[in-house]
Design a protein around this ligand. Structure first.
Ligand code: PXP
Length: 244
């Protein structure tokens, strides 16, 4: 069965708009758990623009589903991760000017640097995902760096205009997914997925997890967080049920 990770960064973004306490991303995480999320994903950025260290710490003590920390190769965040011990860490690139994570990691040529971070996280009992574009070279480099899982960046597919363009992006995701599986790593996907475009992605052979934030938080404004998560969980799990 494919697992659904709910990304709560946007809830923290709304709170930070007023630098107050509401809405609390930890409350949203509890509602996500009640709605059927398998895990909670949050990105502790070096600039702390949305998620705060407190969110990670309180969340770790509060929800019973897995916690996946997105993080850059930042020594400060690495130290926090090793202390708080989320179940998974997803390594992502980070640029201060970007609105959201814009592309996958460039690992090729930097394997030693990545391996040192993977080793520190692994020693803390944390499984490590690399967020990558569907690029075989980067997948091979992630494998050499000791990645346990790869989250394929579905951003280009999600933004594709026209069926031809989307088909090409899907083909790249399929080839990349096969390479991830052939290397013995777990296969995840995420970025820009919503109730309309997710279906072909759920068909990727061996897909174990999807991470979704924006579409769920946007829908939650109208229907509530628990229901927005439940609707997405139903789509993701229906795929699993149709195979059994
Ligand atoms: N996966 C990664 C690595 C991300 O950085 C993000 C965005 O924070 C997501 C998944 C979720 O993307 P979206 O918010 O577009 O669903």
């Amino acid at each position: 069965m494919i697992q659904l990770g709910v990304n709560i960064d946007h809830v923290a973004t709304l709170r930070q708009a007023r630098r107050g306490v509401e809405p609390d991303p930890v409350h949203a995480a509890v509602l996500a758990e009640m709605g059927g999320a398998d895990g909670i994903t949050l990105h502790l950025r070096e600039d702390r623009r949305h998620v705060q260290e407190r969110d990670l710490r309180v969340l770790r003590e509060t929800v019973h589903v897995w916690v996946n920390l997105e993080m850059a190769l930042d020594p400060g965040v690495l130290a926090i991760a090793c202390e708080v011990k989320p179940d998974q860490a997803c390594l992502v690139p980070e640029r201060r000017e970007e609105l959201t994570t814009e592309g996958g990691l460039v690992v090729a040529g930097r394997e030693d640097e990545f391996r040192r971070t993977v080793d520190r996280l692994r020693e803390a009992g944390i499984r490590v995902t690399f967020f990558l574009d569907p690029d075989i070279r980067q997948i091979e480099a992630a494998h050499r760096s000791g990645a346990h899982m790869v989250e394929l960046n579905t951003g280009e597919y999600s933004n594709a205009r026209g069926p031809g363009c989307a088909r090409e992006c899907l083909e790249r995701l399929q080839k990349a997914g096969s390479a991830v599986r052939a290397a013995g790593m777990g296969l995840h996907a995420g970025h820009g997925l919503d109730r309309t475009n997710i279906h072909p992605v759920l068909e990727l052979p061996g897909l174990a997890e999807v991470n979704i934030g924006h579409a769920i938080v946007a829908r939650a404004i109208h229907v509530g967080f628990e229901r927005a998560v439940a609707e997405m969980a139903d789509i993701v799990k229906r795929k699993g049920r149709s195979e059994t």
